[in-house]
Design a protein around this ligand. Structure first.
Ligand code: UDP
Ligand code: MN
Length: 327
């Protein structure tokens, strides 16, 4: 029975009530011959139609996509629903050149907080496979090292991620995982990040701009670029460091961003924030089906810990930009 399994992949659900002993999970036959379908019972607080879960934040976009904040979801319900899909989540991360140094903390913290209880494939894109640390993994989780060439400029390293994710979607991700989460490596998980983030297409609010007016967003403002967004347009400023969705949607997104960057290159223009500018243009035209609050991308050193954030889940690891980006 799917709800009552034990072990790492199906941890005990405290709020679940087992079917009474002897009756089992299958249909119990009544003397009349009618089947009574017995299903496990999950007990949790009732959602109240007149009581918002959070009063201090927007938790739904105008196109009816949830914005994920602590307090807006019940992870036990989501975990049970997700487990029924019996699928694997892929986490792509690039560790090119000196950025391999971030992998250990990234992976160790992911083992503690990322999709715990579910199957996970880590896809590490790197030019230094020998330097990928051996981190002990929980059951049902594996690490796949994908050797890729390094670009010389850091801007190109960052922009080529789109191309490489797009390539590997067709080559292997489609066959191996249902969802892809694409993350920066100079980060660590410091609290729960689970299936509440999954949806066909999701982006994350940039921690520096979640309170800002659209005119102040650092979108690409030159009409010559494919990433151009005029001042009177734009929903949110999404950060390039965390996005994802179903493999087919991520394939569409990364292919479109890659093609837009190639068109820009042909026109001798480079968007102000590189792949992030193109991601923002794409997500303006293709509205995400879920938006992650800045709980999912934070920089405590830079921004402290405002009260609106009940949890800091995925946070920047301090780095010296010049040093780490040098050869
Ligand atoms: N990256 C990399 N090697 C580099 C530059 C970038 O692996 O030399 C990857 C890495 O995954 C990094 C991401 O590209 O997290 C984005 O770059 P960075 O984190 O430096 O951008 P920032 O978060 O500072 O805007
Ligand atoms: Mn980063």
């Amino acid at each position: 029975m799917v709800f009552l399994g034990t072990g790492v992949l199906s941890p005990r659900i405290p709020m679940l009530e087992a079917t009474p002993e002897g009756e089992g999970s299958k249909a119990a036959r009544k003397p009349t011959g009618l089947q009574v379908v017995k299903s496990p019972r999950m007990l949790y607080p009732q959602p109240k139609a007149l009581t918002p879960s959070r009063k201090d934040v927007l938790d739904l976009t105008p196109w009816l996509a949830p914005i994920v904040w602590e307090g807006t979801f019940n992870i036990d319900i989501l975990n049970e629903q997700f487990r029924l899909q019996n699928v694997t989540v892929g986490l792509t991360v690039f560790a090119i050149k000196k950025y391999v140094a971030f992998l250990k903390l990234f992976l160790e913290s992911a083992e503690e907080h990322f999709m715990v209880g579910h199957r996970v494939n880590y896809y590490i894109f790197t030019d230094r496979p020998a330097q990928v640390p051996r981190v002990p993994l929980r059951e049902g989780r594996r690490l796949v090292v994908l050797e890729v060439p390094a670009a010389a400029r850091w801007q190109d390293v960052s922009m080529r991620c789109m191309e490489m994710i797009s390539d590997f979607c067709a080559r292997r991700f489609l066959k191996e995982v249902a969802f892809l989460v694409c993350a920066d490596v100079d980060m660590r998980f410091r609290d729960h990040v689970g299936v509440e983030i999954l949806s066909p297409l999701f982006g994350t609010l940039h921690p520096g701009f979640y309170k800002a007016a659209r005119e102040a967003f650092t979108y690409e403002r030159r009409p010559q670029s494919q990433a151009y967004i005029p001042p009177d347009q734009g929903d949110f400023y999404y950060m390039g460091a965390l996005f994802g969705g179903s493999v087919s949607e991520v394939h569409r997104l990364t292919t479109a961003c890659h093609q837009a960057m190639m068109a820009d290159r042909a026109n001798a223009i480079e968007a102000v924030w590189h792949d992030e500018s193109h991601l923002n243009r794409y997500l303006l035209d293709h509205k995400p089906t879920k938006v992650l609050s800045p709980e999912y991308l934070w920089d405590e050193q830079l921004l402290g810990w405002p009260g609106v954030l009940k949890k800091l889940r995925f946070v920047a690891v301090p780095k010296n930009h010049q040093e780490i980006r040098s050869r």
